[in-house]
Design a protein around this ligand. Structure first.
Ligand code: UDP
Length: 237
């Protein structure tokens, strides 16, 4: 499988067409951005870790019954995925208060919820990804009610699976963002990536942040944190 035209270049990935119209090749970069692109930088080796971590976690989720876009890892940074139409929704599941949730509701970080929460934002950089509910998504025609129900069901199933897995690695899954896509036959599958760029991962014992918050908040040791979570994942998968 070879890369053809560059179809899209995002903040952290490039997406190429292939000779098969149903398949794309994703290439992970080390570039990092935060705060809707206001903060820019690079996390050395991140692309390799995010590629491999996302692929391993997606294969684990497939086994637990969640369909994903994953097809085949080609190299350290490149993976073949199914072509999908991305639903313009960022789906965020939270187990513990942090980040924008803590800020919006004026609560401290670290409150453990009795049950996980879910929220959606409209994927639109120009508008700063505004928060929306299911009614807004339906009104805007972003997805059907049935698709929204499928997305919610998968999102909580993904949380159950990932939370238990990370726990076995001595890592607490605080929250994460996922995106879904539609195959040409309408099937909803998990797409995009699952990595320390898109999840909050705290060391279960020390509470140390092992994710992109190290970059966002200039805490230092970002590369080392990505390497450490990847090491734990490989030991326990
Ligand atoms: N997140 C993401 N991309 C975004 C916004 C959030 O991957 O554009 C992830 C983030 O890493 C965290 C979760 O979604 O794991 C919840 O993020 P939050 O809403 O608290 O926003 P943030 O504090 O990152 O702005």
């Amino acid at each position: 499988m070879e890369k053809k035209n560059l179809m899209y270049e995002g903040k952290a990935k490039k997406v190429y067409e292939t000779e098969d119209p149903q398949l794309l090749i994703v290439s992970y970069k080390d570039d990092a951005t935060a705060f809707n692109g206001l903060k820019k930088g690079s996390i050395s080796g991140k692309g390799v870790i995010n590629n491999k971590m996302s692929n391993l976690l997606m294969q684990m989720l497939e086994k637990s019954g969640v369909p994903t876009h994953f097809v085949e890892e080609l190299s350290d940074r490149e993976t073949v995925v199914k072509r999908v139409k991305i639903l313009p929704l960022e789906v965020i599941v939270r187990n513990i208060s942090a980040g924008s949730f803590a800020k919006r509701y004026g609560v401290e970080e670290g409150i453990v919820f009795a049950e996980p929460t879910i929220e959606f934002s409209y994927k639109n950089d120009g508008l700063g990804d505004p928060l929306l509910n299911s009614y807004h998504a339906a009104a805007l025609g972003l997805c059907t009610w049935e698709e929204m129900e499928t997305v919610k069901k998968y999102a909580f199933a993904i949380n159950d699976c990932l939370k238990a897995f990370w726990k076995s690695c001595g890592v607490t899954l605080v929250d994460f963002k996922i995106e879904f896509g539609k195959l040409s036959d309408g099937t909803i599958v998990l797409a995009d990536e699952i990595s320390p760029d898109t999840c909050r991962l705290w060391d279960s014992k020390t509470g140390e942040k092992l994710d992109k918050d190290r970059f966002r908040r200039d805490l230092g040791g970002t590369e080392e944190a990505y390497v450490e979570v990847m090491r734990r994942l490989c030991e326990h998968i």
